[in-house]
Design a protein around this ligand. Structure first.
Ligand code: ADP
Ligand code: MG
Length: 880
């Protein structure tokens, strides 16, 4: 705001030169963008913008005189290289307004008119060079009212436009759901009604708005119900929004309308690629919170790299559409058994049939990004080379039908052969990168264009042969045909040569020679015919360019008209690509088809961790079972550090997740009863990614799990309680296990890894708790990790062994051993209670004084009055 005001004040000053006034006026309309102001061959940035541009783009910051005594900072980029620079500004989270010269450039007629022709923001980029082909680029719109939230998202590069409405018992719960949804979409930009940001919401923004997204605002009135309906109806040309499923979703409507309005403002080209809106419910999918995504390393590893993530193992897709769809599947595991079984069946078919699978995958290798190309056709921004890419992609489609035929759930690929034929007929095989820099339209496609080309060629050839014809005609061997910019084509004869010829043969100059220019020792002529051909040649390029441009736009228009079919084809191809990929991975990595059921059971035989097994040497990964049933709901896994506890926990969660996207799983056999959510939480000290994680954060997140899990959830708790002192931690860990075990609304399938081996005693007290431990081999003072999960609990910690293994100096290790055995023998002084078995057990079982009293009661020798008195005593003991 401050910037707009100062801009207006300055522009009122009489001393301001017109150019600067023009700049300030435009800048005031786009205050939160970096304004690229076209001046000749450069886009200039001024003042604060220049400072930002200089820093982000690493270009020189200078200054320019703009009115008397006013120097302003300036940094410029050459217009022909602008795309790369704009991409970097966008990547740095800035918005860029591109201001062009829109009026005629006439010398001396004052200022040329300028205006912003395009605003590029992280969510509205559509140039392929600025995008990652393998992922969507979403922009999200959000509106919060009462306990409800409307959320809409669009990817203008693929035409996808979706909206949902989220309700919750409390606004905090709804915000967290919205947060998970945003996490899934990973929008590049988030738009909200002006003033919606701020602290009036009960949950801090940092907890639910992804910080990587650029925040934008647009006027509040655009998010009003009536305005939102109006803009949506106008854009889609419909009289009612019921068909989009928005009827009973007022906030989804407002979010979609607000977002669309914002896009229309930014894009300035009509947004024709957005042809439909899909409403959806977050209930159909498993939502995954940030911790779970991170802990399971779905899209990137804990260190933030893409390799060593699940997607890196699974993504053998051959097309950008397929890559994007696989990410979507991974981000939205399914909850519906029927839907999953359809996917699974197609994966199985390809898994069993190597030939069609390989055939399909080879053919997909030549299919480009049909989805984004179709969108660029709609926006009219398709380049000549993209036309060839599209043609090659479409040429592959007929070959896909064969292998696709063996599937059951594969969507039909619509016939788009007409577009392929059109492209084959219309475009040359190797067109220039930019229209007009060489021939793009194939000869034979347009009679008009061909005729122009023929005439231009004839004229050029005629001129090329002119020197010889005129030498023959005049008999002057030294006659030359030349060209210069001012006079055009000419026939040049030296004065001496002409004199000699005339001396010998009289009049030699043909009658149609007209003198054009005299030089000191030569004369230049032209003829009416030369003039005519000259006009043809000189205008040829312009005429041809114009004509070719017209034809080109017609062709692109025809593609745009078929965009619906092209997009449907792209979607179908993406599906084929993903199921073939999952089958391929399953074959390469020896996965099996999990049996999916409605039962509340998870059984995995010889399971492996999909990412870990891919990075450690082949054959060295030790497979492990897992079993969670009605009677065995909670597994407490103990074992020394580095024994493989965390790996096993994640392995089980990942196998369940993979099963619920339709994938095969790394195991010998697996039976997966669908879970409604997967929760994971890792004890504070294990949380490398969070960095500043504290015990408080650990507890807040554990609380979220305890408050949201259901009996159908899978809960993975790794070293919970570790972030505090031993007794505290142990007590909290035990209380949590008891709570999950006993609370009727929880009783969730739970895996709990801990190095508190004391917790294994819970197995005796809680019927549905089962204990496992990581097997280790002890050889004297050394231990060897076998990475094997076996029944039972570890009876002690192996901290000193681990210290030894880690290379702590031998002297320290042996001193520690001595101290430990000292502590263990006269423990009661040094470590009160900790090693005393009875005390330990009491702590676990929480004996009550009432029970103790009951135990000592001699009922046979009580009078009735005494009995009633004792009963009162017991009751009051219980109450206290
Ligand atoms: P913990 O949680 O018990 O401290 P981790 O699960 O972090 O142990 O495992 C430590 C390391 O042990 C892993 O990084 C991996 O290299 C190895 N490891 C774990 N599980 C296995 C396994 N099943 N087979 C082979 N190596 C494993
Ligand atoms: Mg661990």
């Amino acid at each position: 705001m401050a910037r707009i005001r100062s801009a207006i004040r300055e522009s009122d000053e009489p001393r301001v030169v017109p150019l600067r006034r023009q700049y300030l006026d435009i800048k005031a309309r786009f205050p939160d963008t970096i304004l690229l102001f076209r001046l000749g061959d450069f886009y200039e940035t001024f003042e604060e913008d220049a400072q930002i541009a200089a820093e982000v783009l690493d270009i020189v910051l200078t200054s320019r005189e703009m009115g008397k005594g006013q120097r302003v900072p300036l940094a410029g980029i050459p217009y022909h290289a602008a795309e790369g620079y704009i991409a970097r500004l966008i990547a740095a989270g800035h918005k860029v307004a591109i201001c062009e010269q829109v009026g005629e450039v006439t010398r001396g007629k004052g200022l040329v008119e300028r205006d912003v022709t395009r605003v590029v923001t992280p969510g509205t980029v559509d140039e392929p060079a600025m995008l990652d082909a393998r992922r969507n680029n979403y922009i999200a719109g959000i509106i919060v009212e009462g306990n409800r939230i409307g959320l809409a998202a669009a990817d203008i590069t693929t035409g996808e436009f979706i909206a949902t409405e989220i309700g919750g018992q409390t606004i905090a719960a709804a915000l967290m759901t919205a947060g998970r949804e945003l996490l899934r979409l990973q929008p590049a930009e988030i738009v909200r009604p002006a003033g919606a940001g701020g602290d009036h919401l009960p949950v801090p923004e940092a907890a639910w708005l992804p910080d990587a997204a650029t925040r934008s605002e647009s006027d509040g009135w655009r998010w009003r119900q009536d305005r939102a309906e109006e803009v949506l109806q106008r854009h889609f040309g419909v009289g009612s929004l019921g068909g989009f499923g928005l009827g009973d979703k007022p906030l989804a409507t407002r979010a979609a309308g607000g977002l669309l309005h914002y896009l229309l403002d930014m894009q300035l080209t009509g947004l024709k690629q957005i042809t439909s809106l899909r409403t959806y419910s977050t209930d159909a999918y498993m939502t995954l919170d940030l911790q779970t995504r991170r802990n399971l390393e779905l899209l990137e590893s804990a260190r933030g790299e893409k390799k060593h993530s699940l997607i890196a193992v699974l993504d053998l897709t051959r097309t950008p559409m397929g890559a994007r769809m696989l990410r979507q599947w991974l981000n939205q595991p399914l909850l519906q058994l029927d839907e999953l079984k359809l996917r699974q069946r197609d994966v199985r078919t390809f898994h069993q049939s190597a030939l069609p699978r390989t055939d399909l995958r080879t053919r997909l290798g030549t299919v480009g990004d049909i989805q984004r190309m179709a969108n660029r056709a709609i926006t009219g921004t398709m380049s000549p080379r993209e036309l060839i890419q599209l043609r090659q992609s479409l040429a592959a489609i007929p070959g896909l039908a064969g292998p696709a035929n063996i599937l059951e759930a594969a969507p039909v690929i619509p016939d788009v052969s007409d577009i392929e034929s059109l492209l084959r007929a219309a475009v040359v095989d190797e067109p220039p990168a930019v229209l007009g820099r060489g021939q793009t339209i194939r000869s034979g496609f347009s009679a008009e264009l061909d005729e122009h080309q023929r005439r231009a060629r004839e004229a050029r050839e005629w001129i090329a042969g002119l020197e010889r014809t005129e030498r023959d005609r005049t008999g002057i061997r030294s006659l030359k045909v030349g060209y210069n910019k001012v006079f055009g084509y000419y026939i040049e004869i030296t004065t001496a040569a002409l004199a000699t010829a005339e001396r010998e043969r009289g009049e030699v100059l043909p009658p149609d020679y007209i003198p054009k220019q005299s030089l000191t020792n030569a004369t230049r002529y032209f003829t009416p015919q030369l003039k005519e051909y000259e006009t043809v040649v000189l205008n040829a390029e312009d005429t041809l360019n114009q004509l070719e441009g017209d034809i080109y736009r017609r062709v692109v228009g025809q593609i745009a008209a078929a965009a619906g079919r092209l997009l449907a084809a792209a979607e179908a191809i993406a599906y084929l690509d993903v199921v073939a990929t999952l089958a391929e991975v399953a074959v390469q990595r020896n996965y099996v088809e999990p049996k999916l059921t409605h039962d509340d059971i998870i059984e995995i035989e010889a399971g492996r961790h999909p990412t870990l097994e891919a990075v450690i040497p082949r054959g060295e990964y030790v497979p492990n079972d897992a079993c969670l049933t009605d009677r065995q709901r909670i597994v407490i896994l103990t074992g020394p550090n580095m024994a493989g506890k965390s790996s096993w926990l994640r392995q089980v969660a990942l196998i369940v997740l993979m099963a619920q996207i339709g994938s095969f799983v790394p195991a010998d056999r697996a039976r997966i009863g669908l879970v409604d959510r997967i929760f994971t939480r890792i004890g504070a000290q294990d949380d490398i990614a969070g960095g500043q994680s504290t015990f408080m954060v650990e507890m807040v997140e554990t609380a979220t799990i305890l408050n949201h899990a259901t009996s159908r959830s899978l809960v993975v708790l790794d070293e919970i309680g570790r972030g505090t002192s031993t007794y505290d931690g142990l007590a909290i860990a035990q209380a949590i296990i008891e709570y999950i075990h006993n609370a009727p609304e929880l009783r969730c399938k739970t895996l709990f890894a801990t190095h508190y081996h004391e917790l294994t005693r819970l197995e005796a007290v809680l019927p549905q708790v089962h204990c496992s431990r990581m097997d280790v081999l002890e050889e004297g003072d050394r231990i060897v990790f076998l990475h094997r999960v076996v029944p039972g609990g570890a009876d002690r910690s192996y901290g000193i062994h681990v210290a030894d293994l880690a290379g702590i100096p031998k002297a320290v290790v042996s001193r520690a051993r001595a101290l430990l055995s000292e502590l263990e023998s006269n423990g009661s002084n040094a470590r009160p209670k900790a090693k005393e078995p009875a005390a330990q057990l009491r702590f676990i079982e929480q004996p009550s004084p009432a029970l103790e009293r009951l135990e000592t009661l001699d009922i046979d020798n009580l009078t009735p009055v005494e009995a009633i008195t004792r009963l009162y005593e017991l009751k009051s003991l219980l109450d206290s």
